[in-house]
Design a protein around this ligand. Structure first.
Ligand code: 3PG
Ligand code: MG
Length: 400
């Protein structure tokens, strides 16, 4: 797949002004970046560009300021974290994106090898509208465009899509690594492929499940969404979180899986509690005899063993979503045990494991295995759209 995309090797960037689209949309609390993973991932690209005397001009959105200048969403706040991660001084260029003459002068005056951050691209409504005038203004600030923001590639915005058509463009090293990992996960994976999907709701993952059942050999379903399937199969689920109105949808997904010869592995037992809180009293039940007053908070040990058995057969595992209420001990156990098993098999060279999407990274970090998977994506929405089989505009625009 990567050969189908332009990479840094296809781009002449030495001594040039490089507009580097990063995803600097990182969590911040009390004025400080609390998780710099997205910043750390772009360090190799920044180093490579600096090494060749490029001027690196970082472009990113930050939060959702809705096309207005709003100091609360200024990207200046992430500058120290970029300097820390790169060990390189980092400058900041304020702009409201209506007139970029001052920004252009600041870039011209900066010495080669400089690293500069431009203000939040979403301070102008043209960003989300992919407005050609804003694209042209952005393009006037650079000679070439590099995109290292897979996690924003599901947006067809000026800085993620439009610019790739306005300047010579390529994927950065982080984008390239991500595309290669995703290709190994679902594009052209080693079979059998097992998908592990959890999280609260079926409703947010219908497209994803419908796509996966046509692509993978086995689909493991856990988390709150498994309750909807168990209900659809006619079992009582008590007071468990579920979307009972989606029983037909769940059944349709099961039928589609059946036709595609995809084995669906649902929990066979569950940890049930009567209060949604950490350390709540709990008991193990079979899913065919759940307590009518209780709620399922985690998969049980029998389910974990079944899942491990499926993973033993796999050469590729793709993971999105936790198996239970992993933020509440001890209902993190199912998620932790399955995650550690995937990590163990990965380390032993038995499989390729790719994970991503919102809660998933937090769940894997909680299990202590975030670095033991083959690849963990920091993307939320973009990872889900990729799992849904959708083309991502920011990626499509980088095709050779
Ligand atoms: C993310 O954090 O998922 C990306 O930066 C995209 O942000 P958005 O959902 O506001 O477009
Ligand atoms: Mg998002």
């Amino acid at each position: 797949m990567t050969s189908a995309f332009k990479t840094l090797k296809d781009l002449d960037f030495g001594g040039k002004r490089v507009l580097l689209r990063a995803d600097l949309n990182v969590p911040v609390a009390d004025g400080k970046v609390t998780d710099a993973t997205r910043i750390e991932r772009i360090v190799p690209t920044i180093r490579e560009l600096v090494k060749h005397d490029a001027k690196v001009v970082l472009l990113s959105h930050f939060g959702r300021p809705k096309g207005k200048v709003d100091p609360e969403f200024s990207l200046e706040i992430v500058v120290p974290a970029i300097a820390d991660a790169t060990g390189h001084p980092v400058g900041f260029i304020a702009t409201d994106w209506t007139d970029v003459a001052k920004a252009a002068r600041a870039i011209d005056q900066a010495p080669v090898g400089s690293v500069l951050v431009l203000e939040n691209t979403r301070f102008h409504p043209g960003e989300e509208a992919n407005d050609p005038e804003l694209v042209a203004r952005m393009a006037s600030l650079g000679d070439v465009y590099v995109n290292d923001a897979f996690s924003a590639a599901h947006r067809a915005h000026a800085s993620t899509e439009g610019l790739a058509h306005a300047l010579p463009a390529a994927a950065g090293l982080a984008m390239q690594a991500e595309l290669e990992a995703l290709e190994a996960g679902l594009g052209a994976p080693r079979k059998p492929v097992v998908a592990v999907v959890g999280g609260a709701k079926v409703s947010s993952k219908i497209d994803l499940l419908e796509n996966l059942v046509t692509k993978v050999d086995a689909l493991i379903i856990g988390g709150g969404m498994a309750n909807t399937f168990i209900h659809a199969l006619g079992y009582g689920i008590g007071k468990s979180l579920a979307e009972k109105d989606l029983a037909d949808t769940a059944q349709r997904i099961l039928d589609k899986a059946d036709k595609a010869s995809c084995a669906v592995i649902l929990p066979i037992d569950a940890q049930v509690a009567w209060h949604f809180e950490a350390n709540a009293p709990h008991r193990l039940y079979g899913v065919d005899s759940l307590d009518p007053d209780g709620m399922v908070l985690d998969i049980g040990p029998g389910s974990v063993e079944r899942i491990k058995g499926a993973i033993d057969e796999a050469q590729t595992v793709v993971w999105n979503g936790p198996m239970g209420a992993f933020e509440l001990a001890p209902f993190d156990r199912g998620t932790v045990e399955v995650a550690r098993y995937v990590a163990e098999r990965t380390k032993a060279g038995k499989l390729v494991s790719v994970a991503g999407g919102g809660d998933t990274v937090a769940a894997l970090a909680h299990a202590g295995v975030k670095d033991a998977f083959t690849y963990v994506s920091t993307a939320g929405g973009a990872f889900l759209e990729w799992m849904e089989g959708k083309a991502l505009p920011g990626v499509e625009a980088l095709r050779a």
